[in-house]
Design a protein around this ligand. Structure first.
Ligand code: SAM
Length: 311
């Protein structure tokens, strides 16, 4: 595993696993299987902001993708994450006895689980531009924990990569709540400044989940289903599960740099707040909770969905 951010993405796998709404996962599984049954060729999945590929492995672990042949394109802006993806997938496959082959001519990774053969193309690219250039041929377009980082007005472009009758899935979309417990007097100030930092980044929003839901509901040519997928990270029997302390330490570093940047280092309570929170992680006492939404639906008519409905 390479950098600190990639270790964070790996550590968040178990937290996402708990949070993802199972009703939507089940609907996605059923709809994809129906689509695969009526398709001529392989099922085509496009994931934007794919990070180190934890959704690739989850799709196989949870049998979200159907039996047979799947072509999976994993796109991310980060060269380091895309460089980490093959090793991450390989390690996961080795643990389960699945076969992985590498095609050195095109960098394609093929995973055989016995049930499903997935060909993974990992691509360094900006997601919206990639979707804009792609033909509307994906059976499924996904973005996990992504839409708070991308201009919401680009949603029609992303949906434009979905084939007629295909699906979209945008789970773990931040929706305006960050809570730390036990309570600390600086909590409200920290949360307000942390969210202000998300909001001022280009395309960023601390309330992306609700904004995307509203956009999808007004979008012609798409259906939409939504459910909560809050993260709750807490100690169990005196310790954090798996690598979740790594996630908490990363979140505290992110809060530190966000609040420092947004206040020019002038938020006096920050240092003491961070010291307290870091000690609570070391002592397995901190509970962290964020509110998020999972969004899922069908693109009934791709050409219509590329239109924002306001022309
Ligand atoms: C919070 S991480 C989530 C990663 C992965 N989906 C997961 O859940 O493990 C957001 C990811 O989106 C990528 N990203 C951010 N903006 C992007 C963009 N405009 N195009 C493509 N990827 C982007 C980041 O590099 C990062 O890997």
């Amino acid at each position: 595993m390479t950098g600190e951010f990639q270790r964070y993405l790996r550590a968040k796998r178990t937290v996402d696993d708990r949070a993802l709404d199972r009703r939507l996962v089940e609907t996605l599984r059923t709809e994809l299987a129906a689509r695969a049954a009526s398709a001529d060729g392989p099922l085509r999945v496009l994931e934007l902001g794919a990070g180190i590929g934890t959704m690739v492995t989850r799709c196989l672990d949870w049998e979200m993708v159907p039996e047979g042949h799947v072509q999976y394109t994993a796109v991310d802006l980060s060269e380091e994450s895309i460089a980490t993806l093959p090793g991450h997938v390989r390690e996961w496959a080795d643990d389960r006895g699945h076969t992985v082959t590498d095609d050195r001519t095109n960098g394609r990774l093929t995973v055989e689980t016995g049930r499903t053969r997935v060909e993974v193309d990992a691509v360094v690219a900006e997601g919206v531009e990639y979707a804009r250039e792609a033909n509307a041929e994906a059976d499924l377009v996904m973005g996990v924990a992504l839409l708070d980082l991308i201009e919401r007005t680009e949603l029609p472009t992303i949906l434009g990569a979905v084939a007629d009758g295909g699906l979209y899935y945008f789970p773990i979309t931040v929706d305006g709540g960050t809570r730390f417990n036990p309570a600390h007097p600086a909590d409200r100030g920290v949360e307000r400044l942390y969210h202000a930092h998300m909001d001022r980044k280009a395309g960023g929003s601390s309330r992306a989940g609700g904004e995307v839901l509203a956009l999808l509901q007004s979008q012609p040519g798409v259906s939409v289903a939504a459910a909560g997928s809050d993260w709750i990270v807490k100690p169990v029997d005196g310790a954090y599960p798996a690598d979740e302390a790594v996630l908490l330490r990363h979140i505290l570093r992110t809060v530190e740099s966000a609040v420092t940047e947004v206040t020019d280092g002038e938020f006096d309570s920050l240092a003491e707040w961070l010291t307290t929170r870091r000690q609570q992680v070391d002592d397995a006492e901190l509970v962290y909770h964020t509110h998020q939404l999972d969004l899922f639906g069908q693109v009934v008519d791709s050409a219509t969905a590329q239109n924002d409905g306001h022309d």
